[in-house]
Write a protein of this length. Structure first.
Length: 151
């Protein structure tokens, strides 16, 4: 039973970050921006992020079960803060430049988390690969939008 309670905690933490990020959403400002040809339709983001958030929670839970609280989970928590910050920076404040800095930091944190998770649990490390790929794409997309919309 303790294991399921700890999973619930990880799910709550992850979805708290998701809700924080979701408080800002695309608006007229975003619709007016120049976007690259590879900008996906907005309907892609909610299901993609839902899957990624579940994978993040399960990966962290797996590491917790194997190794307890350690460096991997600390970095995991820090990356969640950077994750939650991107949406308010981009959509809320309309600061593409700060969102780009944030996503670059997020990418480094996710890469570090993935490496640390692999050291504790191969399954947990593999669960973060889609997230790392998505953040790589998000960084590329944010950079392209920043370049196409100089201030």
């Amino acid at each position: 039973m303790r294991n399921w309670k700890s999973l619930a905690v990880f799910l709550l933490i992850v979805f708290a970050a998701a809700v924080t990020g979701a408080m800002s959403s695309p608006d007229g400002w975003f619709k007016a921006l120049n976007k690259p040809w590879f900008n996906p339709p907005t309907w892609v983001f909610p299901p993609a992020w839902t899957i990624l958030y579940f994978l993040m929670a399960f990966a962290a839970w797996r590491v917790y079960l194997v190794a307890g609280i350690g460096a991997g989970l600390v970095v995991w928590g820090i990356q969640l803060i950077a994750n939650a910050a991107w949406t308010p920076l981009f959509f809320g404040l309309h600061r593409i430049d700060l969102a780009l800095i944030d996503v670059a930091i997020l990418w480094l944190l996710v890469l570090t988390t993935t490496i640390l998770f692999f050291q504790r649990s191969r399954a947990a490390g593999y669960m973060l690969i889609p997230y790392l790929a998505w953040v790589s794409f998000a960084m590329t997309l944010t950079f392209a939008i920043w370049r196409l919309n100089p201030d």
